[in-house]
Design a protein around this ligand. Structure first.
Ligand code: FES
Length: 305
């Protein structure tokens, strides 16, 4: 059976014929970083092959693409993509105390730590005119109001299989599709409508207490994102990262320009099908993005008479 010699650990590792180097390294309990879980979507599992490169499997297409993108030297390989047929010695270049700590935690809680790329529906919301409202209120009142508002929003989101990924001032980002991928878009649209209804229920209270009402704007996009838990110590949160997040955020911001409430992308319209009632469409640039995007306004729900 071939052997690996790992530096700076000075460990000899036996490796099965079709086992990846990453699998063999982890099997020995060596805390080697592998942020994407071995899917050739990062470069954190890279190793520097010192000898035996001729025994390493050639780069596959995924590894080739990443190596070109990051200009990796020929003897730097992704451990998760490489198998060997003879003895290989290598250096693990990603190696400091923090890497070890993070990776040991990942090995204990792999599902929570490692991000996974998946299609998700990302919903952004914010409150129109919030800054002026916040300027008028004492901070304690503001925290009280925001807590009421976010509590109501999170209930509507949670009831439709959504997860809140972030609070940003008066805004929030919710992700759908983690637990119920098939209904991600339908859940997100339903949550958007439910959030607007919840704001209407909150408004009489705001009117009575502060002589104001909230108007909430929403942006929704469906696409790939990497979802995983990030944080330090006891503070952990669900992070969603990727282009889908940027597009959803831009859509929410576009409401201001068009005077709309609920804008969705073409990907949402395609995924939702005819069940989604639309009022109008635009072709528009999105801030910070290249090209033009087809954007649609969701028809508000009929008010009960
Ligand atoms: S773990 Fe991400 S490429 Fe190997």
């Amino acid at each position: 059976m071939p052997q690996l010699y790992a530096l700076p650990d000075s460990r000899i590792i036996e490796i099965e014929p079709h086992e990846t180097m990453l699998a063999a390294i982890l099997r020995q309990g060596i805390p080697h970083v592998h942020a994407c879980g071995g899917q050739a979507r990062c470069s954190t599992c890279r190793i520097h092959v010192l000898s035996g490169l001729n025994f390493c499997s050639p780069r596959n297409e995924s590894e080739k693409a990443l190596a070109i993108r990051l200009r990796l030297p020929f003897d730097v390989r992704l451990a998760c993509q490489t198998t060997v047929t003879g003895n290989v010695s290598f250096l693990r270049p990603v190696f400091d105390a923090l890497d070890v700590k993070l990776t040991q935690r990942a090995l204990r809680q792999p599902r929570q730590h490692l991000g996974t790329q998946q299609p998700v529906a990302v919903l952004f919301s914010d409150i129109q005119g919030y800054t002026a409202f916040a300027d008028r209120l004492p901070p304690y009142d503001l925290i009280h109001v925001l807590n009421r508002y976010f509590e109501a929003m999170s209930e509507e989101i949670g009831n439709r299989h959504g997860h809140i990924s972030d609070f940003i001032g008066d805004g929030l980002m919710a992700v759908f599709g983690l637990s119920h991928p098939v209904s991600a878009v339908a859940d997100a649209v339903a949550a958007g409508h439910a959030m607007l209804r919840a704001v209407e229920r909150l408004n009489p209270y705001l009117k009575q207490m502060y002589d104001c009402t909230f108007h909430v704007r929403l942006g929704l996009h469906y696409g790939n994102a990497v979802v995983g838990h990030i944080g330090a110590g006891s503070f952990r949160k669900l992070a969603t990262i990727g282009d889908a997040v940027n597009v959803a955020s831009r859509l929410e911001g576009l409401n201001k320009r068009y005077g709309t409430t609920f804008l969705v992308s073409e990907a949402v319209v395609e995924a939702a099908g005819p069940a989604l009632a639309l009022r109008q469409g635009f072709v528009t640039p999105l801030k910070g993005k290249k090209g033009l995007y087809r954007v649609f306004e969701v028809l508000p729900e009929a008010q009960p008479t």
